[in-house]
Structures are given as structure tokens and as C-alpha cells.
Design a binder for this molecule. Structure first.
Ligand code: F6P
Length: 359
């Protein structure tokens, strides 16, 4: 068998560990040749590839980024001719199967190509942890560790100066990074895309803390928005033709809060620091498990599947369940209860019934 492997969408820690695991496991099971397709589906459209061998993937488990390159700017499903070209290139490259490592965008494309006959297995990647049917995408644990570290650093300087410190995380329309890192990093207020925040309530919590604790630490997801307000989009750079980007809600909140408070309000946007660097040990192990399981699915001829983790167990589900879906924080998410019980404000009215929550 000749198997292709690509990484699509935004990068994240653990991609190289998956490439290593898929390649080695395929070579043990069934493949005579494994090739990496460069820059995701853009590379498939141009037949740009590089060899993946037992030896050249050996050192990759702890290396950040992706040795194959990636892009989130090309969709072979955008037109019939692009789709036909992608399928023709699979033939031209002599691929018997493809392993697509990516988030919802990449897996949606993989599903579309699977419906046209491509033998494909998906591996769920994203720091956002928002892939439907999968409780942990690799990369998320590393991002949470990075944000937790940043919160602790912002905490000490905020404490010294008696400031309200706002930290904006990535995560798009899902609040998983902000929620887990906010709890781990002892944020006093956590604001999520799934729960619109009441600016008066946020200000009241800060004011209550001004008199007692000197500082307030706020962790907010980039997709958060005020009650009755809109999502904050980043201003595109001149000539930027890419997708609209979230970003800047921390500055908006700073400007809303400052007139209501005595203490100074500062905003920090963490940005791509959350996606870079080496994966945590957890992500290295998860990436390795996902890679080996993906190779086993290829060897068993089980295509149109995505590897997953559900209640701690490795498994796989149909690509169709994942395509064009997002897993967001639901109202009954146990971590919301944990946060509230710890006295963390989620910026909504439910805080009001917990008199001890601001201490
Ligand atoms: O989906 C991963 C992610 O890092 C999001 O959290 C973020 O909104 C987006 O990608 C940023 O993408 P880009 O690197 O293209 O700006």
C-alpha cells in the first residue's frame, strides 16, 4: 500500500508526533511507502510531497509545528473542478489511502472527498478542543498549560499593581481553553463564547474585589461577547485575503470596564504563543495513540472514520458525525459547576445567588 498523510488548518503541538506514529505504525502494518503531502490540501492540488520513512520521523515526538507545513486557505470542495483535480491527483500520486490530520475544516473536506470515493482516515487536531464526538483533540492540553502559565505570570504583576488584568485566549466559538485554563490558573472571572457576559455584573465583581483583594484576573475566550453585543473580529491587515479572524475582545472589555472602576484595567492577547512550542507529555502520548489507531484503521480497510477519545477510551467515529460541526461548552458542562463552586464569576446573573463567590 502507498499511503499519503497531510496536516491541514492551523498548526498545533503534537502534529509531528502524529506524523511519526502514523508513519511507523503504517510501515509495520501494511504500507510499503508513506508520503507526506506538503501544506495540507494546497499540496494535494499541486502534487507537492516528501517521503516519510522509519528513520526521518524518528525524532519528532516532541517537536512543535508540522514538518509537512499546513494552510487553512485552500478548499478543494470550493468548486467541482477543484474537487475533480484533488481526486485526480490522488490517482496520479498512486495513493491507496490518505490520513488527514486536522480540525473541523480539514475533516469536513476529508468527508467531502470520502463521499467521492477517497479512502481516508481522520485524526482530530486543534487547540480549541471543539471537534464533535471527541472529548480531547491533541494540542489542547499544551495550549491549556501555556495559558495557565501566562495567567500565573499576569496574576503576580496584577497583584503588585492592584490592576484588573484581562487575558484573551484563542478557541474560536468554543470556550474550552478559557474554561480549563481559567480554573487551572485561578482566574476570578471566566468569560466564554457560550455565556454572554453582563458588563455590569463583571464590573460589580471587580469593584467588590478592589476593596478586598487589590486585583482581579479575568480569563476570556476570543469568541466571548457581551449581552446584546457582537463578536469582536480582528482588523484585517492590508492585502489580507484570508478568513475573518477573531481577536481583540479583551481590549473591548478593557474599554467597557475602565470607566466603571477605580483600578487600572489592562488587556493581554496571548495569540499564537498558544499554538507554538513542544507538546506536553499528555499530548505526545495522545498524538501517538491517535496515530497508531489511525494506521490500524487504514490497515483494516476501515475508511471514512476519525479516531477519537471518549470517556478516556480510544475509538473512532464516522467522518460524517464530525463534518461541519463544533463541540461547544454546554449549559450542563460539569466544569461550569466546578468554576461557580470555586467562587469564579462567569459574568452572568447566576453569580448573584452566590454571595461568597467574589472572595
Ligand atoms: O482553530 C485554531 C485557532 O488557533 C483558533 O483558536 C484561532 O481563532 C485561529 O486558529 C487563528 O488562526 P490563524 O492562525 O489563521 O490566525
Amino acid at each position: 500500500m502507498k499511503v499519503g498523510l497531510l496536516t491541514g488548518g492551523g498548526d498545533c503541538p503534537g502534529l509531528n508526533a502524529v506524523i511519526r506514529a502514523v508513519t511507523r505504525s503504517l510501515l509495520r502494518h501494511c504500507a510499503t511507502e508513506v508520503i507526506g503531502i506538503q501544506d495540507g490540501f494546497a499540496g494535494l492540488m499541486e502534487c507537492r510531497t516528501q517521503p516519510l520513512t522509519w528513520e526521518n520521523v524518528g525524532e519528532l515526538v516532541g517537536v512543535g509545528g508540522t514538518i509537512l507545513g499546513t494552510t487553512n486557505r485552500l478548499n478543494p470542495l470550493s468548486s467541482e473542478s477543484a474537487t475533480a483535480q484533488a481526486m485526480a491527483n490522488v490517482q496520479a500520486l498512486g495513493l491507496d489511502a490518505l490520513v488527514a490530520i486536522g480540525g473541523d475544516g480539514t475533516l469536513t473536506i476529508a468527508h467531502g472527498l470520502a463521499q467521492r470515493g477517497l479512502k481516508v482516515v481522520g485524526v482530530p487536531k486543534t487547540i480549541d478542543n471543539d471537534i464533535e464526538g471527541c472529548e480531547r483533540s491533541f494540542g489542547f492540553d499544551t495550549a491549556v498549560a501555556t495559558v495557565t502559565d501566562a495567567l500565573e505570570r499576569v496574576h503576580t504583576t496584577g497583584h503588585s499593581h492592584g490592576r484588573v488584568m484581562i487575558v484573551e485566549t484563542m478557541g474560536r466559538h468554543a470556550g474550552w481553553i478559557a474554561l480549563e485554563a481559567g480554573i487551572a490558573g485561578a482566574a476570578n472571572i471566566i468569560l466564554l463564547p457560550e455565556i454572554d457576559y453582563d458588563i455590569a455584573r463583571v464590573a460589580a465583581v471587580c469593584r467588590q474585589r478592589e476593596s478586598k483583594e487589590r486585583f482581579t484576573l479575568i480569563c476570556m475566550g476570543e469568541g466571548a461577547k457581551p449581552v446584546g453585543g457582537d463578536i469582536t473580529w480582528d482588523v484585517p491587515a492590508p492585502g489580507d485575503t484570508g478568513q475573518r479572524r477573531l481577536g481583540g475582545v479583551a481590549m473591548q472589555l478593557r474599554d467597557q470596564l475602565q470607566p466603571l472602576l477605580g483600578s487600572e484595567v489592562r488587556a493581554t492577547v496571548l495569540g499564537h504563543v498558544q499554538r507554538g512550542g513542544s507538546p506536553t507529555p499528555f499530548d505526545r502520548v495522545l498524538s501517538s495513540q491517535y496515530g497508531v489507531h489511525a494506521a490500524e484503521l487504514v490497515a483494516a480497510g476501515q475508511f471514512g472514520r476519525v479516531v477519537t477519545l471518549t470517556r478516556g477510551a480510544l475509538g473512532n467515529i464516522a467522518l460524517s458525525r464530525v463534518a461541519a460541526q463544533n463541540r461547544r461548552v454546554q449549559a450542563d458542562e460539569p466544569l461550569l459547576h466546578t468554576a461557580r463552586q470555586l467562587g469564579v464569576s462567569l459574568g452572568d446573573a447566576e453569580d448573584a445567588c452566590l454571595p461568597c463567590q467574589t472572595t
